[in-house]
Structures are given as structure tokens and as C-alpha cells.
Design a protein around this ligand. Structure first.
Ligand code: GUN
Length: 312
């Protein structure tokens, strides 16, 4: 029987576990505080940010919700980030990506104080991750490590194949899988749009992470018998025309009844026939991305106040 990995349940247990650390911080007089900054009128981004806000409320993290007009000058965003960097009551800063074209995402990510960079996207944090000394593991790949572990799959010595080389998922995922650490020690291949004979590579995977942002590009023929299949894609496919409206790798669990449906990068039905364990879309990776953001915010608060919080 193929195990369907329940991301909602694993995310709930992560949130439950965070309560000990949040209580510890409260005893020391600190409420973890996350500032989300949205400079976009994209409905999907708006949904993602509002879900992150309500997650914070649920676990007792204070959430500051900052909206910037997408037409505003880039300086408005940089000034906001500077203010949040200087504000000692703010522990984590998340600028929702993508930002408008007239704003450099690279520059924005570098402007965030790396100690408050709960996405783990600042070059200092990327460098630390690669060096095996992660301060904040990026939320999606960290959540995937937890999902793989929850399915009772040991990554050590396994063949892992990551499809996609984004800065947000593919690259950090591969880095975590090769670390000499729990959840790592896998022999890891990264595939991308220029990979030749992709199916041959994916069929060699004991652990297959699909994060290319292409609807249902991985079908059952591309999956090895018994593989663990992690589907990171969240693609909005127009239900009337079956055309893709674009794709993101984010924590989208809403919006399914608005003229489109969400499909992953994996053709679930055929892949399920081959996989030993597989994540659904929605309800797989998405909730984990959000849970690990809460985790990083709590961790950040502990680090900033020199409190050794109890996080597993
Ligand atoms: N846009 C899509 N995914 C993410 C994410 O994990 N963090 C931020 N800040 N923006 C995103």
C-alpha cells in the first residue's frame, strides 16, 4: 500500500511542538514577532501572506502585516526593511516574493538583517547552509526533510533526485540532502530544464523531489517502484480550459473553488501506483512550508535573546 504523506498532520505536530519553545520565550518576557511585507497585488501572494499571518496567530506569534503599493518606488521597500531591521521587537522579516519588476529581489534579500532572515535566503544564511552550519534552513526544503522523516524513510545512502534548481527549493534541498547530518547523507542529483533523459534520472531515485513548477511533468513511468515522491509544485490549472495559469512553489491550500484547480508537478494517480510514499497537492508540502516559517521565527527569537529554545 502506498503511503499518502499527510502534510497537514505533520505540520500540526510541528506547530504543537513549538508551544514549548514559545512558552519558554514568554517566561523570559518575549513574544516572537514576524513581519510580513507584501509589495504585490497578485491574489496568490495575498493569499499566502494572509495564511502566514493566521498561522502566526494560531500559535501565539505576533504578526505585523505590511502592505506596500506595488507601484511605489523601490526605496519604499528598502526603507521598510531598514526600519524592521532596526526594530528590536521584530524577530523575523519575510518579504513575499516575487516583488515587482522594478525592484531587485536580490537587493531586497540582501537588505534583510541575516539574523531576522527567517526565509534563509540572505547570502550569509545560504553560505552557512552550504557550509553545514545552517542558521535558518529554508522553509520548504526543511519541511520536506520533516515529511521524509515522518514517512519513516532514512535518506542515508539513498539515491535522491531533485528536479528543479530554484534558489528557494531546488538548490537548498540538494544541499540539505548531501549534508553529513540526519536527513542528509543521500547521493544527490539535481535535474533541470537542460537535463538530458530526465526519466532515466528520476527512475533511479529512491527519493524524488519534484520542484520544477511544471504541472504534472512527472508521471508514473518516471517513478521507481517503492520510491518516496515529494511534490513541491502548486500549479493553478484553469478548470474550464485545462490551461496552466502559472505556477509557484508556495503554501497554497485555499482557492480551489475559484475556476482553477491546484495540481502538483507530479501526476498523482499514476505516480501513486509506483511510489512507496507520496505527498498530495494540496495537503503535502504546502502546510510544511508555513509550519517551518513559524519554526524559524521562534528560533530567531531565541537566538536574538540568547535563549536556548527547545526545538527539535
Ligand atoms: N514566494 C514563494 N515562496 C516563497 C517563500 O518561501 N518565501 C517568500 N518570502 N516568498 C515566497
Amino acid at each position: 500500500m502506498t503511503e499518502i504523506i499527510d502534510g497537514n498532520a505533520v505540520a500540526q505536530s510541528i506547530r504543537d511542538d513549538l508551544s514549548t519553545a514559545i512558552d519558554q520565550l514568554a517566561d523570559a518576557g518575549h513574544t516572537p514577532t514576524l513581519a510580513t511585507v507584501l509589495m504585490s497585488d497578485d491574489p496568490a501572494s495575498e493569499t499566502y501572506v494572509s495564511m502566514k499571518q493566521s498561522d502566526c496567530e494560531e500559535v501565539g506569534i505576533e504578526a505585523l502585516d505590511i502592505d506596500i503599493d506595488p507601484e511605489a518606488d523601490a526605496s519604499e521597500l528598502y526603507d521598510t526593511v531598514s526600519e524592521l531591521n532596526a526594530d528590536e521587537s521584530v524577530n523575523g522579516i519575510l518579504v513575499q516574493m516575487p516583488v515587482p519588476d522594478h525592484v531587485s529581489d536580490r537587493q531586497v534579500l540582501r537588505a534583510i538583517d541575516p539574523r531576522k532572515d527567517v526565509d534563509g535566503f540572505h547570502p550569509e544564511n545560504v553560505g552557512r547552509l552550504v557550509a553545514g552550519d545552517a542558521r535558518y534552513k529554508p522553509c520548504t526544503p526543511h519541511g520536506i526533510q520533516k515529511l521524509i522523516d515522518s514517512a519513516g524513510v532514512d535518506t542515508e545512502g539513498k539515491e535522491a533526485v531533485v528536479v528543479g534548481r530554484s534558489d528557494i527549493v531546488g538548490k537548498p534541498m540538494a544541499n540539505l540532502l548531501i549534508q553529513k547530518a540526519p536527513g542528509g547523507n543521500a547521493t544527490t542529483t539535481v535535474c533541470h530544464s537542460r537535463t538530458e533523459d530526465l526519466a532515466e534520472k528520476t527512475r533511479s531515485a529512491d527519493i524524488l523531489v519534484a520542484a520544477a513548477g511544471v504541472p504534472e511533468m512527472i508521471d508514473g513511468e518516471m517513478v521507481a517502484e517503492g520510491a518516496t515522491v515529494i511534490d513541491v509544485g502548486i500549479n493553478r490549472v484553469d478548470v474550464s480550459e485545462q490551461g496552466s495559469e502559472g505556477s509557484q512553489t508556495e503554501s497554497d491550500e485555499a482557492d480551489t473553488d475559484k475556476g482553477y484547480e491546484l495540481v502538483g508537478d507530479v501526476e498523482f494517480e499514476s505516480a501513486k501506483e509506483k511510489a512507496g510514499a507520496i505527498t498530495p497537492v494540496p495537503g503535502g508540502v504546502g502546510p510544511m512550508t508555513r509550519a517551518m516559517l513559524l519554526y524559524n521565527t521562534v528560533k530567531a527569537t531565541g537566538l536574538q535573546h540568547d535563549i536556548d529554545v527547545d526545538l527539535s
